[in-house]
Design a protein around this ligand. Structure first.
Ligand SMILES: [Zn+2]
Length: 71
């Protein structure tokens, strides 16, 4: 039986195009520069790190900006 207070948390790795990656706690939604075994903010025990393709969105936005330029 998993402990209800510490189970079901994970880091979401958010990869950015123009700045450092961050890891977001699934429980308290705070972000940190490094993934740790326990969330420093809410103390949740972390399972697998999931990745977030947020940088793809940022790349798309960049492309749109580039497309606006008329050469
Ligand atoms: Zn947390």
């Amino acid at each position: 039986m998993p402990n209800r207070n510490t189970a079901n948390a994970h880091w979401t790795r958010r990869t950015h195009l123009l700045r450092a990656d961050e890891y977001i706690c699934s429980r308290c939604r705070r972000s940190f520069a490094q993934p740790t075994a326990f969330c420093p903010a809410c103390g949740a025990q972390m399972g697998k790190t999931k990745s977030d393709a947020h940088w793809l969105l940022e790349a798309e936005v960049l492309n749109m900006i580039m497309d606006d330029e008329e050469w």
